[in-house]
Design a protein around this ligand. Sequence first.
Ligand code: HEC
Length: 460
Amino acid sequence: MGTTTNSSTRIAVLVAALASLTISAAPGYSQTVAMPSAAHAVATPTFYRDVLPILQRHCQSCHRAGEIGPIPLVTYDQVQPLARAVADSLRQRKMPPWFADPGVGHFSNDPSLSPDEIEIIGSWAGSNAPAGDPHDAPPPRPWISGWNIPEPDLVVQMSKPVSIPAQGDVEYTYEIVPTGFTKGRWVRISEIRPTSRENVHHAVVYVRPPDSNWLRHAPVGVPFTASDMTDEQDRHDTHTTKADILLVYAPGSSPDNWPAGMAKFIPAGSDLVFQMHYTTHGRPTTDQTRIGLVFAAQSPAQRVLTLQLTNSDFVIPPGVDNYRVEVHGSLPNDAVLLSFFPHMHLRGKRFEYNILHPDGSAEPLLRVNYDFYWQLSYRLDEPRPLPAGTTLQAIAWFDNSKNNPHNPDPTAAVYWGDQTYDEMIVGFFDVAVPADIDKTQFFIRPNAMHDHSHSVRNRC
Ligand code: HEC
C-alpha cells in the first residue's frame, strides 16, 4: 500500500477531558427544528407520558448515577430544572453525541432523536415542563449497576491496580491477565470499564492465544511498559502485534454487541492483554480496568475480527488547516463488513471510509466530523458483504492551524506517535468471517504471488 510499507504501527492514543467537551456541528446537522406552534400541538406533552420514554431510550445510558453524563436524567425532580438546557442540547444536536454525516450510511447505534421527539421535548420545556400523571410513566429502564450491557457472565479485571502519577506523560501500560479458559469461548457482548475513567485515554484488550509469542517474556499479572522490558523482542512487541482485538475503549465509546450468529472468539488457554493509555490530571491515583463478557449461547456461524487501515508515514506541516492523509488496502478474503472506529488525536478534523471501485470511483461508507473527545464506533445497519480484493480506503484530515482550539502547538510539524500531541490515522473496522477462520488465516491470500503490495494490515 505504497505510503504505508514502512509504518511502525502502534495503537491509538485516545483521549480525554470530557469537561471541556465541545461538539462541532456536522454539515447537514445544523437544521433548526421549529418550536411547535399551538396550532399543531395536540396536547401539552407531560414528563411521565411523553418525555421520560425518550430519555430512557436516548439519554440514560450516560445520564444516570455512575455514568459519564454530568447530570442524571432519570426522575422528574432531576430533569424539570434542566428542561431548557435539555431542549437546547437537542435542538442544537449536541446531544446525544453522534458525529456521522447523516447523508452517508445508516448505523444501528445511531442514538439521534427523530424530529418528532425533539419537538416533543421542546414543546414540553416551552410549556413550563409539566409532570403529568405518574401513572402514565413507563416502567423504569432496568440497568445493571456499573454496566451498560446485560449482567456479564464473566468479568476479567487487571490483576494489579496501576499507579498513575500526578503529572507528565505516561508510557503505554500493559497488563497480561490469564483467562484460565479450558475451552474456547465465544463473546457476544463486551464492555470495558476503567475504575478511574478520567485517566483513561484509551484501552485496548487483545486476545493472546497460547501459541502466540507476543510479549512472551513479559511478566503476567503486573503492569509494565516498554521501558521495563529488558528483552529486545519484548520491547519491540509493545509497539506492534498481530493479536486479535477483543475490544477498544475510549470515552464515549459503546460496548460491543454483535448481531445474531456472530461473536468474537477467545481460544482455550488465552490471556487477555490490556493496553492502557493513561493521562494525568494533577493528582496521583490508580486504575484497575476490567472487561465484562457475555458469552454466546451457541457457537456462532461467523467470527468477528477487528482489522485496521493505518498509515504512519506522514508529516503535517505547521499551520495547515486541512491536511489530508490517506491509506487503502485490499481485503485478502471474503468478509462481511460490520462497523468502524476511526481514530486520530488532537488535530483530527474529519475521517472517511470508502470503497474504491475498479472504475476509480469512491463509494462513501462513513463520514465523521471528528471530535477528539468523543471516539465512537459506527455500526452498519445492514452488514455489507465484501468480496476478496475489495479495496477499502480511510482518509483523515488534520487541522494544525491556530484556529483548532485543541491544537497544542500550531507551529509544530507533526508526525505519527503515541502521545496526543503526536498524530495518528487508524481506521479500525470489524468484519465477520467463517467461524473457523482466525486472523492469521484470514490474511493468507489465495493469490499472494500477484498481490502483496496492497493489503489491509494484520498488525497494529
Ligand atoms: C454517550 C453518552 C451520552 C448520551 C447518550 C447523552 N449524553 Fe448528554 N452529556 C454527556 C456528557 C459526557 C456530557 C458532558 C459534556 C458536555 O457537556 O458535552 C453531557 C452533557 C449534557 C448536557 C449539558 C449539561 C450541562 O452541564 O449543561 C445536557 C443538557 C445533556 N447532556 C442532555 C442529554 C440528553 C437530553 C440526552 C439524550 C437525548 C443525552 N444528553 C445523551 C453524555 C451523554
